[in-house]
Design a protein around this ligand. Sequence first.
Ligand SMILES: [Zn+2]
Length: 74
Amino acid sequence: MNANGSFKSQQAPCGRVVDGELYEDHDDEVIVTQETIYACGCQSIQHEYHDGSVSKRIVRHDGTVLVDEMLSAE
Ligand SMILES: [Zn+2]
């Protein structure tokens, strides 16, 4: 996965304001993977599939899954 940039002073899912990095990846199974890694350890991962559906998963730095959803293509 390639680092796609970094950011500073963004609010992480846990509420802390931290720095972080963005990653973006493309492959055959999943069209686009976008991952945000916050300095505190929180993660946000989004996958976009061929049929247009999108899955989103947000995991707090202590391992608690805050969001785990699949949005189907309309
Ligand atoms: Zn956090």
